[in-house]
Design a protein around this ligand. Structure first.
Ligand SMILES: [Zn+2]
Length: 106
C-alpha cells in the first residue's frame, strides 16, 4: 500500500495554527489519519516530577499529531509542496510522483 504520506517525508502544513511550517514526519498514526511532525503542533506541558514518566519537574514541549489532510508532501526533486500521483512501476511496485515536476519520491 502506497500512502500519500510516509514516515520521513518532509511536509508543509497547509491549514491551522502552524500553517506554512515545514517538518519531517516522525510517525504516521493510520488509525486516526494523523501524523506526528517534527516541530509542528507543539504544545507546552507543565509536569511535576514523576508525572507521565518525567524525570524532573518543568515545562516540556511536545509535538501533538496533526491531521494528514492539513499536510502537503514536499517534493524532494523540486522542493515544493505538491499533490502527488501514485504511479505503477514496471516491476509492479508503486511509487509516488510529484504532480508539478513529475519527479519520483524515494
Ligand atoms: Zn516536484
Amino acid at each position: 500500500m502506497t500512502a500519500r504520506l510516509q514516515r520521513d517525508d518532509e511536509v508543509m502544513v497547509i491549514a491551522g495554527r502552524d500553517k506554512g511550517k515545514r517538518g519531517k514526519i516522525q510517525r504516521m498514526l493510520p488509525d486516526s489519519g494523523k501524523a506526528l511532525v517534527e516541530g509542528v503542533n507543539v504544545v507546552k506541558r507543565h509536569l511535576r516530577a514523576g508525572a507521565e514518566g518525567a524525570r524532573q519537574a518543568g515545562i516540556i514541549e511536545k509535538e501533538m499529531p496533526i491531521h494528514a489532510a492539513k499536510l502537503m508532501p514536499v517534493c524532494p526533486a523540486c522542493a515544493k509542496p505538491t499533490r502527488i500521483a501514485i504511479k505503477a512501476l514496471e516491476d509492479g511496485r508503486k511509487s509516488r510522483m510529484c504532480k508539478k515536476c513529475e519527479g519520483m519520491f524515494s
